[in-house]
Design a protein around this ligand. Structure first.
Ligand code: OSB
Ligand code: MG
Length: 374
């Protein structure tokens, strides 16, 4: 693959409704879209970094700096064989996984197109794994102004056919809300995500949630912690799922061996790209730890990539991948993702990512565009 041109687009796209987590509220999603041209084929990637360092230290600005100063020059340095070489090419930059992942994503899109395959089938070919056609998905519901609004919002999403509900919690908006939701929807597949808002001192709160038949409790403690989660998990029947704490396949092995979690949420951006995400999937599978695909309010570009990843066999739990109209209207791609009647999303079957960016919409949401040529 001879990379000729790399373009970065800083975009800002309005969410159909504000999304509140324990670390803040998002009304407009900002991100960086990457377009790479190699051998006359164009591939797209999307950084999951946000404008603010709430979920992660990475931001649009740090991504721009690391991409333009280090990662893009490393890609222009020499031709690249296949996208699995990207992590080695980027290895002189420590961290900044989201920046690395966005560039690697565009290389996967190109390589799949060059192989004449959908990204899903290309991953299947490289890994020798049998890939799924449809992904079981759930909806992630932000903190609502009141408990009543929360119940209404859940009700409306269930009508679309989502099989699993994830509700965000934060101190002061936790046990009472979760109990109310459980009482209103006794048999609903339900989980909570704390986004690191608690400490081990709050163990009693989670023991009280243990009776509510939750599918899992996602990232209750420190964003960089594994050890304290290993102290909490044995106190609970409910599985803990780690999100923020896991950045490498080694972190996953450590967390599993310490008994810090029973489930891992894989976000390719958080772990530095598809190559590492696949390795993480394999580590979890070898330890009988199920995984699911996390979301970062991606546009359809990141969503298409996530669906191809989630087609791997150990993605057995419902993923945070919802229909396009739950996030953006319109999205930057066509066709939009729609939920099937069985509560799944179909993995795109077209070449590469299998979605097309609509130039007119991209132009409207672009704040800054920069082009780099070899
Ligand atoms: O913790 O999973 C999270 C969105 C932004 C940042 C962190 C998280 C989330 C979500 C949204 O939960 C999932 C989605 O994209 O649907
Ligand atoms: Mg999470």
């Amino acid at each position: 693959m001879n990379i000729e041109r790399i373009e970065l687009f800083h975009i800002r796209i309005p969410l159909v409704a504000p999304f509140e987590t324990s670390f803040g509220v998002t009304t407009d999603r900002e991100s960086i879209l990457v377009r790479i041209t190699a051998d006359d084929v164009t591939g797209w990637g999307e950084s999951v970094a946000d404008a603010d360092p709430g979920y992660s230290y990475e931001t649009i600005t740090t991504n721009w700096h690391v991409m333009t100063g280090y990662l893009i020059p490393a890609l222009f340095n020499a031709p690249i064989g296949d996208p699995r070489e990207a992590p080695m090419r980027f290895s002189r930059v420590r961290g900044h996984n989201m920046a690395k992942a966005a560039l690697e994503a565009a290389l996967w899109d190109i390589a799949a197109q060059q192989a004449g395959l959908s990204l899903r089938d290309y991953i299947g070919q490289l890994t020798g794994r049998r890939m799924k056609d449809r992904i079981i998905v759930g909806v992630s519901i932000g903190i609502q102004p009141t408990t009543e609004k929360l119940l209404e919002r859940i009700e409306s999403f269930l009508q679309y056919g989502y099989l699993r509900v994830k509700m965000k919690i934060k101190p002061g908006r936790d046990l009472h809300d979760v109990r109310a939701v459980r009482a209103a929807f006794p048999d609903q597949m339900l989980m909570v995500d704390a986004n690191s808002a608690y400490t081990l001192q709050d163990a009693e709160l989670f023991r009280q949630m243990d009776d509510l038949n939750l599918l899992m409790i996602e990232q209750p403690l420190g964003y960089d912690d594994i050890y304290e989660h290993s102290k909490l998990q044995p106190q609970l029947k409910t599985p803990i799922c780690l999100d923020e704490s896991i950045h490498t396949p080694d972190h996953a092995r450590m967390a599993i061996e310490l008994g810090a979690c029973k489930i891992i949420n894989i976000k390719q951006g958080r772990v530095g790209g598809l190559t590492h995400a696949i390795a993480l999937h394999d580590v979890c599978e070898a330890h009988n730890v199920p995984v699911w695909c996390g979301g970062m309010l991606e546009t359809g570009i990141g969503r298409a990539l996530n669906l191809a990843l989630a087609a791997l066999p150990n993605f057995t739990l419902p993923s945070d991948l919802s229909a396009s109209n739950r996030y953006y209207n319109p999205d930057v791609i066509e066709p939009p993702f729609e939920i099937n009647s069985d509560g799944t999303l179909s993995v795109p079957t077209g070449l590469g990512l299998g979605v097309s960016v609509v130039p007119e919409r991209l132009r409207k949401i672009t704040l800054r565009h920069e082009v780099f040529e070899r």
